[in-house]
Design a protein around this ligand. Structure first.
Ligand code: DAH
Length: 341
């Protein structure tokens, strides 16, 4: 029996398994119910009593060694297979490229900026309709049929009954607001407008405007000028200067066009400002009392100013875009340049 124990001890000590499965095979061979070590324990009762002590110690030693060996090899294979599982993942690799996030369209960026600037001085935002009736787009704004001012804006007509137009200006929103809201009114209306014009680098049949309207008691031209100066500095930088030139719009009296000092040459003269140092950005004026009356507002009590600007024009100046058509082509090479703006 001692001899058998010694042989098994040697076997246990020299055992080095190649696989997890082999470890299990040897566990069964040695330690299971029918295993060789277990069999020796069963045989122990037949050992003569004078040898029992020695054999008992050796047998216990064998059992412990076998158990230790099995545990040690089991652990080794388990931790190896753990690292093998992780081998498929290389944590140092750069992350997979995520889906390309889109960016806001430059016209939206500038529109939002305009809204932001005016909302800081109390202007709300009003929406209007793109398909308008003649009254809101023209007649209420002092431009009745056959009025020569209608020629200023080539109009798309929508042939339904009664005849409608695609609005040629966001000034139409003024009329709606004044019809349903009592002064004081302080609002801007951004939106798309349409004109029947040949498409070129400087003109398009669709573009965007922002209309501004301020109606209250004692509103003066100085308020208009200060508001527009504030806007220009916020939009184009604190050094920006403005100038107002007398002009004509049917719905404002007096009317003016406003220039800002050229954003490119800072007033020195360049191609963009045609060497004048100034670029035009909007039309404005005091709301004609007749327009107030047309919209149900007491022209003796209230006064107001209005202004209207093209979002494309502001965007072109701000980002030095030379061709209006780029805004409508949606070429990603163009749009991508505004990703971080
Ligand atoms: N509606 C004008 C246009 O499209 C722009 C404009 C000029 C709007 C003067 C105004 C204004 O409110 O007062 O050309």
């Amino acid at each position: 029996m001692l001899e058998k124990i010694h042989k098994l001890l040697e076997e246990v000590e020299s055992f080095g398994a190649q696989s997890k499965e082999q470890v299990e095979e040897y566990r069964i061979k040695w330690l299971s119910k029918k295993g060789e070590v277990t069999a020796l324990f069963d045989d122990f009762k037949n050992v003569p009593s004078d040898l029992k002590k020695e054999v008992g110690q050796k047998l216990n030693l064998l059992k412990t060694k076998a158990q230790e060996k099995i545990n040690e090899l089991k652990e080794k294979f388990e931790s190896e297979s753990d690292t093998n599982d992780k081998k498929g993942i290389d944590l140092t690799l750069p992350a997979l490229p995520t889906l390309q996030a889109g960016s806001r369209h430059p016209l939206s960026l500038v529109k939002n900026q305009i809204i932001d600037i005016f909302s800081r001085i109390g202007f709300t935002v009003s929406d209007g309709k793109e398909i308008e009736d003649d009254w809101h787009n023209f007649s209420a704004l002092n431009t009745p049929e056959n009025h020569p001012a209608r020629d200023m804006q080539d109009t798309f007509y929508v042939n339904i009954n009664p005849e409608m137009v695609l609005r040629t200006q966001t000034s139409s929103v003024q009329v709606h607001i004044m019809e349903y809201q009592k002064p004081p009114i302080r609002t801007i209306s951004p939106g798309r407008v349409y004109r029947n014009e040949a498409i070129s680098a400087r003109a398009h049949c669709q573009f965007h405007q922002v209309e501004g309207l301020y109606i209250d008691e004692n509103v003066s031209f100085a308020d208009l000028k200060q508001t527009l100066l504030y806007f220009s500095k916020e939009m184009f930088g604190a050094e920006t200067k403005i100038r107002l030139r007398p002009s004509y719009f049917p719905f404002t009296e007096p009317s003016a066009e406003m220039d800002i000092s050229c954003t490119i040459c800072k007033g020195k003269g360049c191609n963009v400002c045609k060497h004048t140092g100034w670029v035009e950005i909007l039309g404005c004026g005091m709301v004609d009392p007749q327009v107030l009356t047309n919209c149900g507002i007491d022209a003796n009590k209230y006064k107001g100013f209005a202004f209207g600007m093209g979002i494309e024009r502001i965007t072109m100046l701000k980002y030095q875009v030379k061709d209006l058509r780029l805004f409508f082509e949606n070429d990603v090479r163009f749009l991508k340049q505004f990703t971080s703006a």
